[in-house]
Design a protein around this ligand. Structure first.
Ligand code: FE2
Ligand code: FE2
Length: 225
């Protein structure tokens, strides 16, 4: 399916089920140190069990590398705007990073809606202030790695997205009742319509896979080629 750069394709039910099986049959990436520390810390604070609230925390952090890359790319355009071809290529990266952020933002909004609808009581410190602080620190790290060596930042993000992909697809297997739970959302018109909650979560899992692949494609490229 053709698509805008940074916007993962919308899949139908059969494709989503196939994607889930594929993810579950695929080993995790071999995570780097920063990613391992992050996942360990998240398990420690939010528990190893998958929950809507823990995914919301993941999504608060997930947008941040794309914001960092967008910011660096905008600064780069300021420096090279006289070289039209290069400036255009960097601008394409800005467009991609913006679409990736929007995609992560929909994930966050959907999780927020589900948590509110289910009346889940979240502690302010653990589920608001701590994720804000984590997102701030993760932004600095992604930004710094990107400025020093972009491949380091892309690798960290590929690890993060790989982890998210596996977690979402496993989450769906843990909730067979979602196969018949309708997906109702304020953002469905923008994000996508799905017959059941299970397919919506499979779609998010697949989005994370596409984000991972995009970062892996960038890994071997010189900066803003
Ligand atoms: Fe996400
Ligand atoms: Fe993602």
């Amino acid at each position: 399916m053709s698509q805008q750069p940074g916007t993962p394709p919308r899949l139908g039910h059969e494709e989503l089920v196939a994607a889930q099986l594929e993810t579950l049959a695929t080993a995790h990436r071999s995570y780097g140190l920063a990613a391992r520390v992050l996942f360990f810390g998240l398990d420690l604070v939010y528990g190893r069990e998958r929950s809507l609230s823990k995914f919301k925390v993941l999504e608060i952090v997930a947008r941040v590398p794309y914001q960092a890359w967008e910011q660096v790319a905008y600064i780069a355009v300021t420096h090279v705007y006289e070289h039209q071809t290069m400036a255009r290529r960097i601008h394409d990266r800005v467009v991609e990073a913006r679409a990736q952020q929007d995609n992560e933002q929909y994930h966050l909004l959907i999780l927020g809606e589900l948590i509110e609808r289910e009346g889940i009581d979240e502690g302010r410190l653990r589920f608001y202030w701590l994720p804000q602080a984590l997102a701030f620190a993760y932004f600095q790290l992604s930004w710094l790695l990107f400025v020093i060596r972009p491949s380091w930042s892309y690798r960290l993000n590929a690890d993060f997205e790989d982890h998210a992909e596996h977690e979402y697809m496993t989450f769906v297997s843990e909730h067979p009742e979602w196969e018949t739970t309708p997906f109702v959302s304020e953002v469905a018109t923008d994000y996508g319509q799905f017959d059941a909650l299970a397919d919506m979560f499979r779609q998010i899992g697949h989005d994370e896979r596409v984000h991972k692949q995009e970062s892996l494609e960038r890994l071997s490229e010189p900066r803003f080629r």
